[in-house]
Design a protein around this ligand. Sequence first.
Ligand code: JD8
Length: 235
Amino acid sequence: MRFDVLTLFPDMFPGYIGQSLLKLAIERELVDVRLHDIREWTTDRHRSVDDRPFGGGPGMVLMAPPVVECVEAIQQSDAERGHLVMLSPQGRQLTQSVAKELAGHDRLVLLCGRYEGFDQRISDILKPDEISVGDYVLNGGEVAAMVVIDAVMRLIPGVLGDDESSQQDSFSIDGQNLEFPQYTRPREYRGHEVPDVLLSGDHGRIAQWRQQQSLERTQQRRADLLDKPDTTSGD
Ligand code: JD8
């Protein structure tokens, strides 16, 4: 799967892209991430990408021409034009089921904005799939694009090892419940002990305990998940 990221701050990405799981997926040619600097599509002497809002108000707005021309050039650079995603607080919220939907595309073109946001005509002309990562204010779309890449790439067959992917089905917010508590060495730390059942070797009892912990946690912390139908396991 290929991700094309369109941004004014391409330097924000290499650190993230170099992380182990994504780096491995890129090396194995399961994932390809390409960065594009929107500023390279400016035509004026000052390489302007933003200007003051018509009607007044604070801050600057991303201008339509460099953004639209950048997107069109990137989409036309390959026979597979890709699914255009604009990271925006006005978008539909990213959930596991939206991540699964996005993972169904061979190519995603991720458009990141800055400043006060995009000139409305960018959306009117390009009709992107507008996605928000949550109801809080970020300074731009870059971190949100990394969230999208992170959530989507885990769903590409072969990216996760067999261990990790098989675990996915049985628990986690993927399904209906929060994860059960996990423990590793040492068996006792500052007076806090690992629950006996986990040391019992009784796989049936362990599975039962984990399921019950998972349900209890969900009831206490995220009761909202229990009312919802499972929208994630299918599509
Ligand atoms: C794109 C510019 C900043 C937003 C004035 C602060 C996503 N879940 C999310 N929260 N925020 C964003 C996001 C924020 C962005 C841009 C995405 C482009 N800004 C703006 C409006 C108010 N500034 C996001 N995805």
